[in-house]
Ligand binder design. Structure first.
Ligand SMILES: Nc1ncnc2c1ncn2[C@@H]1O[C@H](COP(=O)(O)OP(=O)(O)OP(=O)(O)O)[C@@H](O)[C@H]1O
Ligand SMILES: [Mg+2]
Length: 394
């Protein structure tokens, strides 16, 4: 039997809801790429809001277009520039082969790379550019002829050279782009120089640290100041969540009343990730008990279980904070929302708070939602923390 819900990986097709606005905007911005009308995009959204799923859907959309090769590159966990370069050029080749169906390139490359460079170097220019540029890069890499910055530049220029030679264009989507910001301004400057000189590539830079990512566009000192078109991942609409849950449960012959649907929407706080998790938990509970209809109590029970299951995940995030940050977050999760009340709760002078609060805001963990009032951005993370460190006096 088909699973009614999907958690833990980006979704497409029947598991993907809403996002019409974002997809329409992205398609409109990117579809000019094949006519040389290049615009670069920054896709912004908090963790778990469905950015990677949007990229996957854009990829599917452009896959049908013979003139545009969509590439999704996930920068998550990328350590060094060498690692980026190698993974990036491999991904571009894979996407090109996948879209064009020309598998012979890979065979050729494999054969060439199994030989010594001295033997092949004079012959390389006779090969198709897809092969020659790729083999040159890997040879430089293997024989440590080039330094990391050169390799990075070579890798980033590979799709441009293919585009130029094959009269095609690329839409290159770099997911978790914020991971690359650790290489500093010099990297961004180099990247911007390339981006500006390239006429066969449109980039979508996606990141789950919206504040940090936004600085790339808003900070006048940033090399990308005003250079990227912003697309924001917006909350799911209430109707789309209702009909999604209802229809997916229907596929497994389970019905649900409107009050329960409303409760799911309230509890998941329009985060698609939590909508699917909650849906799955409800389904599994019904399946176990052979229940055919969902009531409010079932939703509450599934929600508590979902929070418990997220324990390792939230623990991992929580342990990355300093002691003072942890104390502030615990206070916020217990609905202590003003700096003065937080300060007295954690027994610290109020003057010790602003710097730390600002840091938490810049990391998109906390938001100032009203004058003098703060709360955690991820309400489910907040619930988890509140349940773990209950303060019976508040
Ligand atoms: N449009 C959507 N419709 C239904 N479910 C969705 C949608 N987008 C995302 N989801 C759900 O949310 C989960 C997280 O989505 P996705 O990985 O796309 O988010 P993300 O913003 O890239 O997350 P992260 O910040 O962790 O990388 C998916 O596994 C899926 O369950
Ligand atoms: Mg993602």
């Amino acid at each position: 039997m088909e699973q009614p819900f999907v958690v833990g990986k980006p979704v497409t097709g029947k598991y993907f809801i809403d996002r019409e606005k974002e997809l329409k905007r992205l398609s409109a911005i990117l579809s000019g790429t094949s006519k040389g009308d290049i615009n670069n995009v920054i896709l912004l959204g908090l963790r778990r809001t469905g950015k990677s799923s949007i990229l996957l859907n854009i990829k599917d959309k452009f896959s049908k277009n013979k003139k545009i090769i969509p590439v999704i590159f996930d920068a998550y966990g990328i350590s060094t520039k060498e690692r980026f370069s190698r993974s990036f050029i491999n991904k571009v080749l894979d996407s090109y082969v996948e879209e064009t169906g020309n598998k012979a390139y890979k065979e050729k490359i494999k054969k060439l790379l199994s030989q010594k460079y001295d033997k092949i170097k004079n012959k390389l220019s006779n090969f198709d550019i897809v092969v020659s540029e790729f083999v040159t890069f890997h040879t430089k890499f293997r024989e440590t002829i080039a330094n990391e910055d050169e390799l990075l530049e070579d890798a980033l220029q590979y799709p441009e050279k293919l585009g130029n030679n094959k009269k095609i264009t690329f839409v290159i989507m770099i997911d978790e782009f914020q991971e690359l910001l650790k290489w500093g301004d010099e990297f961004l400057k180099m990247f911007r120089r390339l981006v500006q000189s390239q006429s066969h590539i449109a980039y979508v830079l996606s990141g789950s640290a919206p504040t940090v990512m936004k600085e790339m566009v808003y900070d006048s000192k940033s090399p990308f100041y005003k250079q990227l078109i912003e697309v924001h991942v917006t909350p799911l609409t209430e109707e789309s969540v209702y009909s999604f849950i209802k229809n997916r449960l229907k596929t497994v012959k389970i019905s649900i009343d409107n009050t329960s649907l409303q409760r799911i929407f309230e509890l998941s706080r329009d985060f698609p990730d939590y909508v699917q998790r909650l849906g799955l938990q409800i389904y599994l509970n019904c399946f176990e008990k052979n229940k055919k209809s969902v009531k409010n109590d079932d939703v509450e029970k599934a929600y508590s279980e979902m929070i418990i299951q997220l324990d390792p995940d939230f623990n991992n995030i929580f342990k990355t904070f300093s002691d003072l940050e942890k104390e502030i977050l615990i206070a916020l999760s217990n609905n202590i929302e003003s700096p003065s009340a937080i300060a007295s709760e954690i027994r610290k002078p109020q003057s010790s708070l602003p710097k730390t609060l600002t840091r938490l805001i810049n990391q998109d963990i906390v938001e100032k939602y009203r004058e003098g009032k703060y709360r955690m951005m991820d309400a489910i993370f907040s619930d988890w923390l509140g349940r773990r460190f209950t303060n019976i006096t508040t």
